[in-house]
Design a protein around this ligand. Sequence first.
Ligand code: AMP
Length: 401
Amino acid sequence: MTTATPLILVINCGSSSLKFALQPVDSIDPILSGLAECLGLEDARIIIKDSDGNKTTQTLNGGRHAEAMEVLTRDLAQRGLLDKVAAIGHRIVHGGERFTASAIVTDDVMAGIEECCELAPLHNPGHLVGIRAAQKAFPGLKQVVVFDTAFHQTMQPAVYRYAVPKRFYTDYHVRRYGMHGTSCRYVTGEAIRVLDLDPADHGIIICHLGNGASATAVKNGQCVDTTMGMTPLEGLIMGTRSGDIDPAAVTYIARREKLDLDGIDHLLNKQSGLLGISGVSSDCRALEEAAVAGNPDAQLALQMFAHRLSRLIGGLATSLDRLDAIVFTGGIGENSSLLRAKTLEHLRIFGFKLDAAANDAAIRGKAGVITAAGSPVAVVVNTNEECMIARDTAELAGIQA
Ligand code: AMP
């Protein structure tokens, strides 16, 4: 494999996993991607896939992130790609109030990410491990961090504060932060391009619907409101997360079931959402199949998903001067013509009218407008977080195609 273009290695590290994509700076498609999983366990392995779909799997013998990086660099060297890697971009879930944009990694930036660990205890520690492993494997290369929360830092206090005593904000940073910001930034750029909107004068609502799901109101390129909160639990119904629920219902359930705080956390994050309602699956495809087969709980889960989404879209619209388009993205947004149709049906009060043929056609990588002529616009856009991370990394590291 040869390429003349500089490459950006995009890394997304969890506590026991490391996803990567090798992205040419002038392309939206990676030339190599993969996943190291079960890190630290006996069956730790790394799977590497090239752009033709050829896959290799190598054991890591119980190794962790550093060992995964070692195997990856060896593999890149064998493919003649190691010298082409010009910089590394890391996805970071939580940047708190400190990070309002992507940044080059320094000791100070590492300390800042560490400070945000208490806001994302399941994610940020894994990211730090990943950055250190990448620094060791690629000494001398610039490393860039791209935060999922950064895009939402333009929200105003009236939008991001919770109605609890102020000291919880000042002492513990309790406020709404929002997630999926990297996807929102990419999708905003694509929506502007595809719909020929004015970059300085537009209003859109982005529905990023995957296993995690959120909707975000964007005014003139900036986030003005979003449905996720201090954590990803707030807002829409998700695969296994409840989204919005009366906090008093939670304390009531806890008393009835004698649940401690970890038990509540597990219930609302892992056992609720589409899975909890349906008892079938957290996966939208499986639910759609079960619904067609007549399962009433699967049917209800899909109805609830569309109802909650349309209800929150209506709320988000109140932060805009104008609604140019609703944008669907993420695994569900890009593929479930059923949920898009159900959502727009709820939004008929605003004049939305589906183009059923266009909606059915916008699946598996095909994007485009899905509303009829004369209707307010709804459009499907394919998100690409890796590409956004690679672009930021190239820009901050001063790398050109
Ligand atoms: P993501 O987290 O963005 O990868 O999205 C995962 C979600 O997308 C899962 O709920 C999948 O069931 C859903 N999804 C993927 N393909 C389809 C499809 N063809 N129809 C409905 N849902 C889909």
